[in-house]
Design a protein. Structure first.
Length: 465
């Protein structure tokens, strides 16, 4: 049970972390889980639009079937935890094991951000601690005859609050449900599921269970040129970037090339530029470059990322809440970080999103960490790597980094980042310390290594062959 906060007569206590779920790892920063109250047969089935039907015409799709919720224990897990993070990546790893083992189906278990799986169709280890019994808040939340009128009222309010929060999170879960192009059936939760509970007049979230699914491969096999974790094709309305009827600027209108003052007031940046590309009606992908000029700190900086429209405005925000850009009809754009006053160039043309195919990235690359401190330029690490495409959305990178004349091996698999079903030109991986490692590509021949979406970087790479 979560520790109780001090309780007053006028307000519910502050909610504590989810009870029954393991603590998040301090190594990898991930967004807060989107929790929902959806069980078994009540789970939403993935829709199949006309585009999806055409994309899958003539091919059988695999399936994802809910096996319900099962109890789990921190000190005695029923299934070993194999990874933490993106459920898309976890499903692909399970699919790879199924293909290698020649199995037709396997088990996938999700508990918060922690994910387990088994490539054995007959694995029932997830049942070891028994079926989870749901305790939905109802009525007056356990009011007794001994309670006075105030206690009964507080318990009734707590039950109502729990039901309200459960409904809100169920809605958020439906909006963030994870769907797959090659698999039909139930959707997978992003960040797992939790249940709202009431103890007297105390409301808390409980997550001492795991949601379990059976994943069955398509009978006709998978397309080797496609990433098994990709989402289904988007509907035409989700791809539309043209004029709007609500008076807001369309993403097509704001697309193009922008530049800013050579030296911004209060900011030591020069040669500022920004490219804006539309990703549907309410998202854009940006690529920014500038040069830090604050002797003895001098060096180029690049930042790539995706920004989403704040509802009802011309302001676009990236995952970091303080990084926003507001566009105006006169062609100006006001950013909150870096050089903030951009103006669309007179020669700028409207842009359309051009998806960089991982197969076009295959080849030899050379890069450099351009340390901004002038005195350290001779010691800047250089990279010599080779990228090998696995499919349209994945590539493996291997090679060496030379730092102080010492060769340091580099290896890893990078997977395209999808945002709200839209493909981007960002490829995600993890570095040797387990932290996120984003590679954003301006085109098939130019890339920058970002520590995160829209975060500035001093690391650049070019394709040389």
């Amino acid at each position: 049970r979560a520790s109780r906060a001090s309780r007053g007569d006028a307000a519910l206590p502050v909610l504590e972390p989810v009870v029954g779920q393991p603590e998040a790892s301090p190594v990898e920063e991930l967004p807060a889980p989107v929790l929902g109250v959806v069980v078994g047969e009540g789970m939403e089935a993935a829709p199949r639009g006309q585009e999806m039907e055409r994309a899958n015409e003539g091919t059988a799709r695999g399936s994802i079937e809910s096996l319900g919720r099962w109890n789990e224990k921190d000190d005695d897990p029923a299934m070993p935890i194999k990874m933490r993070g993106d459920v898309r990546v976890a499903l692909v790893k399970l699919v790879d094991e199924l293909v290698q083992n020649g199995a037709s189906s396997g088990i996938l278990a999700i508990r918060g951000w922690y994910i387990s799986w088994s490539a054995s169709p007959d694995d029932t280890s997830y049942q070891r601690h028994g079926v989870y019994e749901s305790r939905e808040p109802a009525g007056e939340a356990g009011a007794t005859e001994a309670d006075d009128e105030v206690a009964r009222l507080k318990k009734a309010l707590a039950a109502a609050e729990a039901l309200k929060r459960a409904a809100e999170e169920a809605k958020r879960r439906a909006e963030n449900a994870t769907r797959f192009a090659d698999f039909e059936g139930v959707t997978l939760p992003s960040g797992g599921e939790c249940e709202w509970r009431v103890d007297g007049d105390y409301v808390y979230r409980f997550g001492g269970f795991m949601s379990v699914y059976r994943v069955t491969l398509p009978s006709g096999g998978l397309d080797p040129d496609k990433w098994a974790g990709r989402p289904p094709p988007l509907a035409p309305a989700d791809l539309y970037t043209g004029p709007r009827s609500d008076g807001l600027l369309s993403t097509e209108e704001i697309s193009g090339e922008y530049s800013a003052a050579c030296i911004c007031a209060g900011c030591p940046w020069i040669c500022n530029s920004m490219t804006v590309v539309p990703l549907g009606p309410d998202m854009i992908e940006t690529w920014r470059t500038c040069c830090l000029f604050c002797p003895p700190f001098i060096g180029p900086i690049v930042a790539g990322g995706v920004q989403t429209r704040n509802p009802g405005t011309n302001t676009f925000r990236d995952p970091h809440p303080s990084k926003i850009v507001t566009f105006s009809a006169d062609g100006t754009a006001r950013a909150t970080q870096g050089c903030g006053n951009f103006k669309k160039r007179r020669t700028s043309q409207k842009r359309t999103f051009q998806k960089v195919d991982a197969r076009d990235l295959a080849g030899n690359w050379r890069g450099c960490f351009c340390h901004p401190l002038v005195y350290s330029w001779p010691f800047s690490p250089v990279f010599c790597t080779t990228k090998t495409a696995l499919n349209e959305d994945q590539y493996e990178e291997s090679g060496r980094c030379c730092f102080l004349c010492l060769p340091i091996p580099i290896s890893g698999t990078h997977t395209r980042v999808y945002v709200n079903g839209h493909p981007t030109n960002g490829f995600d991986s993890t570095n040797c310390c387990g932290a996120p490692d984003f590679h954003w590509h301006r085109d098939p021949g130019c890339a920058a290594q970002n520590p995160g979406s829209n975060a500035g970087s001093f690391i650049f790479a070019k394709k040389v062959g």
